[in-house]
Design a binder for this molecule. Structure first.
Ligand code: ADP
Length: 312
């Protein structure tokens, strides 16, 4: 039986920039629910996508973890579109919770629970040599049991956008680390850790932390909030392709200034946040170190998943 014949599409759930998402079910189990995400593959890929790309995406299928969206199947439909059969998660994403300022209140214990789940999902990806490359609140879906699930891997997405493929131009700008803004050709898990830090800050502030209006402005926002990258705090930075030495070097911000903005999560939380937003990717914490921080075991303890605030 061909994979695409295993599923039946029911109705359209939504439309994103790169994909159309349908509710569907397994033909042999009419009560099952899956999301079928049809990625609009660019013309340039129409011949090349089949074997090696599918193999790469299939790797994601094996990445089984409670904080990573389950991918049940992958197939290419007629006219070579790429279809991902995903776990159906109808309760929205973290961005909806952050923005819903009238309705939903949450505190440090809730932020701690969400960040721990995000950290575990990212750690599992990195353990398996997969970079997510597009972590942002809108890609963190919420399951019926309150669990957070990493969704929308940049790898799958890149087939809809060939010019962004495997280059510096991955990751939505506000969550993009300085090494990618400088177009480093070699990068690693640290890119995801920076994005995790930006999500952490945003959960506390309830507005995006570093909301640049262009790539140049994004670097400017980073210099103001964190400090200017220099050879002193980041050896080798001046050799990166798009590095420009700024005329006014901004000093690295001290812990006191972070405590002023983010102090509600306590000194430990601020310490952890700062370790994700270290300019030099080699000095930034790894996902593994992130999970070993003392903040997780300090008071308040993370909210139990089933008691987390949610919509509706
Ligand atoms: P975007 O991230 O730009 O909203 P997507 O292509 O990821 O676009 O998804 C489009 C819409 O489809 C989402 O807004 C959401 O409502 C819905 N959707 C996506 N994935 C799922 C899923 N796994 N389960 C349920 N609904 C989903």
């Amino acid at each position: 039986l061909e994979i695409k014949n295993k599923y039946e599409k029911d109705r359209k759930l939504g439309e994103g920039t790169y994909a159309t998402v349908f509710l569907g079910h397994l033909k042999k189990d009419p009560k099952s629910e899956v999301a079928i995400k049809k990625i609009k593959v660019m013309q340039e890929y129409k011949d090349g996508i089949s074997v090696s790309a599918i193999r790469e995406i299939k790797f994601l299928q094996e990445l089984s973890h409670p904080n990573i969206i389950a991918m049940h199947d992958v197939y290419s439909s007629k006219n070579q579109n790429l279809c991902l059969v995903l776990e159906f998660l109808p309760l929205g994403d973290l961005e909806m919770l952050i923005r819903d300022s009238e309705g939903i209140r949450y505190g440090t214990a809730d932020i701690k629970a969400w960040m721990a789940m995000l950290g575990r999902g990212v750690w599992w990806c990195h353990e398996n040599f997969v970079l997510h490359r597009d972590i942002k609140p809108n890609n963190l879906l919420i399951a019926a049991n309150g669990e957070i699930k990493l969704a929308d891997f940049g790898l799958a997405r890149s087939f809809a956008d060939p010019y962004n493929r495997m280059t510096w131009n991955v990751i939505t700008r506000w969550y993009r680390p300085p090494e990618l803004l400088y177009r480093a050709r070699h990068y690693g898990g640290a890119v995801d850790v920076w994005s995790v830090g930006c999500v952490f800050a945003e959960l506390i502030l309830r507005v995006p932390y570093l909301a640049g209006t262009s790539d140049v402005d994004q670097l400017d926002k980073i210099c103001q909030a964190i400090g200017s990258p220099t050879e002193q705090n980041w050896p080798g930075v001046s050799e990166l392709q798009d590095y420009v030495k700024s005329e006014s070097i901004r000093p690295l911000q001290k812990k006191e200034s972070f405590l002023g903005l983010f102090g509600t999560v306590g000194e430990g939380g601020v310490d952890l946040l700062m370790s994700t937003l270290i300019l030099d990717p080699r000095r930034r914490v790894t996902a593994k170190q992130f999970l070993q921080h003392r903040w997780w075991t300090s008071e308040p303890r993370p909210t139990k998943t089933e008691n987390l605030p949610r919509k509706g």
